[in-house]
Design a protein around this ligand. Structure first.
Ligand code: KG4
Ligand code: ZN
Length: 335
């Protein structure tokens, strides 16, 4: 089945084509340069930019896949969660195409798509697995019991880990979004130079907290006027604390749930330090480990098309009246 996927939940306009779950094209137009001077995503600018980008991105995705619009057999689109104005652009486009082509429409939960993204390049991976979903807006530990059935084991009680990377980058004078910039700077620094806190929460707790770590970096910079001379050590010590915190909870979840595989997903899963440490931990515990290639970690329509394909196989198309939603819990399978 040839499926066309659309993603527009935040600041990436993306269209992808997949056939039987194999990606034929995955075009991503990022708005980062537009939002950079504001230090974060401006929702109104984001939705307007999706509007101008969506049709050229659609054309490019079709062209790169070597297919034409009438050949498309079904449409998948992110309908929640995200910025409502941004979601509406992708959803309206998908509905118009589904109506015009007389093809089924599948509404995709954005976080479900991140959770299934490791399956795209790892056919050997099968649920159940533990997924650490780390992005600019979310930090979740999820047991993927089956496709369509997700048990949230832990989540951040304040900042998402990507948000902490971005805020620390601002303090260090690095451009938005700062995750990759911090990683590059950290490569030249000593991760043990500064002892930043690792939030532990309760002993059996699987939740995360990153606001204390972020505040510790901010306070260090305020108290040390020469902090710019130590920027590499700061970045390395911050990254070390963030990665250690993520993996400590991940290991605790693995112990509790006794799952055979570990996956990383979301924008922060592109971080090499996190990938290497998670791979080493999985090897030590004898687990299968999977992480998408960096292009499939950030927001992209490839994972939306793939998830829609999975939903259609399970017989879960959506009505044309499907609504966009700024927030929506992850689906669980009724028992
Ligand atoms: O999943 P994503 O593209 O968008 C959503 O937030 O949904 O994630 C973006 C986040 C940003 O906070 C960005 O700084 C972070 O992922 N990020 C990284 C790296 N690449 C992107 N964080 C740490 N290391 C990276 N290499
Ligand atoms: Zn995302």
């Amino acid at each position: 089945m040839l499926l066309l996927g659309i993603e527009s939940s935040c600041d990436e306009t993306s269209v992808a084509l997949c056939r039987e779950g194999n990606l034929l094209s995955n075009v991503v137009h990022t708005q980062i340069p537009l939002h950079r001077r504001f230090g974060g995503v401006v929702p109104e600018l984001a939705s307007r930019n999706h509007l101008t980008a969506i049709l050229p991105v659609l054309d490019e995705a079709l062209q790169r896949a070597g297919v034409t619009l009438p050949e498309v057999e079904a449409l998948g689109v992110t309908h929640a969660p995200g910025l409502i104005g941004s979601l509406l652009v992708g959803l309206s486009t998908a509905k118009a195409l589904a109506f015009f082509l007389c093809r089924p429409l599948v509404g995709v939960h954005h976080l479900e798509a991140h959770l299934l993204s490791p399956l795209i390049e790892h056919p050997e991976l099968q649920p159940p697995y533990l997924a650490l979903l780390v992005s600019g807006g979310h930090t979740l530990l999820v047991e993927v019991t089956a496709v369509g059935d997700y048990l949230v084991l832990g989540r951040t009680v304040d900042d998402a880990v990507g948000e902490a990377f971005d805020k620390v980058a601002v303090v260090l004078g690095l451009p938005y979004p700062g995750g990759r910039e911090i990683e590059t700077l950290a490569g030249r620094g000593n991760p043990e130079a500064m002892a930043f806190p690792r939030a532990k929460m309760g002993p059996g707790d699987l939740d995360f907290s990153f606001s204390g770590l972020k505040t510790a970096v901010v306070l260090y910079c305020r108290r040390n006027p020469d902090f710019r001379d130590k920027a590499a050590d700061l970045a390395a010590s911050f990254q070390e604390a963030a990665v250690e915190t993520l993996l400590a909870k991940t290991e605790r979840a693995l112990e509790k749930r006794n799952l055979p595989a570990l996956c990383l997903c979301g924008g922060v899963a592109a971080n090499t330090c996190l990938r290497e440490r998670a791979a080493a931990m999985s090897a030590r515990r004898g687990l299968l480990f999977a992480v998408p290639s960096p292009a499939l970690c950030g927001d992209n329509a490839g994972m939306i098309a793939f998830t829609a394909w999975q939903a259609l196989k399970a017989g879960r198309p959506s009505p044309l009246g499907l609504a966009a939603a700024a927030s929506l819990p992850l689906p669980t399978r009724p028992c």
